[in-house]
Design a binder for this molecule. Structure first.
Ligand code: IMP
Ligand code: MG
Length: 203
């Protein structure tokens, strides 16, 4: 059964929201903006594991500047289609950021809780500047307010997967972003023991 579902990932997608080509065109645009804005600055791209990995890999190559890349992993507790608001650091940066201009690279901003927490933590470390580049901005009321300096796409308030975004750790490898059929997660909520879904969900 598991095998059948994995070969048929497209069958779990209700609608393709953004094609691979649309995403790549936007990433090039964002890369050009960042290149203009960070001329002569000591830039650190800070990716959030695991969801932002494809995005930061493509964005970094679209930025024509010397830069560093590092990652943080933030956990949020809750079921896998809704954040609960409890967050903590699972993996931290390798070094201090006082002499760096930090640009957070996020896959998606939903409630705003993860980013709000991350920005609080980083502000205390006094980087030269702190800004955010989010590929997706979900159109919904935020639980915590966050300001996005660079935004790829504003998307409807639906659960999406692909290009790094997961449901229960799957679908990250889809080259496009699509709306997941609600039946996929409704099935799993009825049969939670069928999967390895843990209470700690890494973005
Ligand atoms: P927030 O803390 O509610 O803003 O959620 C941010 C994190 O929740 C993201 O980095 C993702 O890991 C996850 N997330 C939120 N919405 C979605 C979605 O539609 N698909 C997949 N993951 C999502
Ligand atoms: Mg994430």
């Amino acid at each position: 059964m598991l095998f059948l579902r994995e070969v048929n990932m497209r069958g779990d997608i209700q609608e393709i929201l953004l094609t691979g080509e649309e995403i790549q065109a936007k990433v090039i645009e964002l890369g050009e903006q960042v290149t203009t804005d960070y001329q002569g600055k000591n830039l650190l791209l800070l990716g959030t594991l695991k969801g932002a990995v494809p995005f930061i890999a493509d964005l970094a190559r679209a930025i024509n500047l010397p830069l560093e890349i590092d990652y943080m992993a933030i956990s949020s507790y809750g079921n896998s289609t809704q954040s609960s608001g409890v967050v903590r650091i699972l993996k931290d940066l390798e070094g201090p950021v006082q002499n760096k201009h930090v640009l957070i690279v996020e896959d998606i901003v939903d409630s705003g809780l993860t980013l709000h927490y991350l920005m609080d933590v980083l502000r205390q470390r006094k980087p030269l500047s702190l800004r955010v580049c989010a590929l997706l901005d979900k159109l919904r009321e935020r639980v915590k307010p966050v300001e996005l300096d660079y935004t790829g796409f504003r998307i409807p308030n639906q659960f999406v997967v692909g290009y790094g975004l997961d449901y229960a750790q799957r679908y990250r490898n889809l080259p496009y972003i699509g709306i997941l059929k609600p039946s996929v997660y409704q099935d799993e909520l009825q049969e939670p023991q069928r999967h390895h879904q843990s209470r700690v969900e890494e973005g």
